[in-house]
Design a protein around this ligand. Structure first.
Ligand code: GLP
Length: 241
């Protein structure tokens, strides 16, 4: 695991965007595993800036997102499908047929999970997986639990996650209570993992993920077993390390 310490969120975003750009330049047909949340917004902004300067080409890139709220249609402004269009896809030349996100409106859990797992398999693996980290150590929507979930599944969100994500909704009652997420096996099979974290609220989770015991109660701790993990985090998020 390589840890890059940055001064603040902006520097974290530039560093993360650098790593993603290198991946795109070295392998223009890369499969990128993408994340949502406030952590990657600055990274995506930086990538868009470099794209606008003519330094990046997304025309052969395929992307697969980690997760989606169950019950939110893709045009709901809190859905992760909307987030990705708004924060990245609409601003670069990635082809929409090459972008994949779980379908939050599919009520048949088994059907949606096997559809999504088949897509991941058909891509031949993820080259670079971008990850944020939840305050409770979750990655994607893999919440703390008694075992690591392997592939795409439907989760009941924890109270902690619902509270943390309530800031994006007008009322806490509007926060979906379930989500589709790729599993730990899907994430661990990525060739390179890039975890980003900013702010003091992430300090405990990041410490547990990097130095704590490997346990499904801190899902991000499994990353200690992956050979190619880059953690890019600011001083506040690394304050316990
Ligand atoms: C959500 C997402 C995660 C994300 C986490 C942290 O629960 N499903 O992928 O990493 O929130 O979000 P933020 O970056 O806003 O702190």
């Amino acid at each position: 695991m390589r840890i890059y310490k940055t001064k603040n969120y902006d520097e974290m975003s530039r560093k993360a965007a650098n790593i993603i750009s290198a991946q795109i330049i070295l392998k223009p047909e890369s499969v990128l595993g993408l994340a949502t949340g406030s952590s990657p917004i600055g990274t995506y902004k930086q990538l868009i800036e470099w794209y606008n300067k003519g330094d990046l080409d997304f025309s052969q890139i395929r992307s697969i997102n980690l997760d989606e709220y169950k019950g939110l249609p893709a045009d709901n402004d809190q859905s992760y499908a909307y987030f990705m269009r708004h924060n990245l896809f609409d601003h670069v030349n990635i082809k929409s047929v090459n972008t994949f996100i779980p379908n939050g409106m599919e009520a048949d859990v088994e059907k949606e999970c096997s559809r999504y797992n088949a897509i991941i398999r058909s891509m031949g693996g993820i080259d670079l997986q971008l990850l944020g980290i939840g305050n409770n150590g979750h990655i994607g929507f893999n919440e703390p639990s008694d075992s690591f979930a392997k592939e795409t599944h439907c989760v009941d969100l924890t109270e902690n996650t619902i509270q943390a994500n309530a800031r994006f909704f007008s009322f806490i009652e509007e926060v979906p209570t379930q989500a589709y997420t790729t599993g730990i096996k899907n994430i661990m099979q990525a060739r390179h993992i890039l975890l980003i974290a900013s702010g003091e609220a992430k300090a405990d989770a990041l410490y547990e993920a990097v130095y704590g015991p490997i346990t499904p109660h801190v899902p991000a701790s499994i990353l200690q077993l992956h050979d190619e993990v880059s953690v890019v985090a600011d001083e506040a998020a690394l304050s316990r390390i």
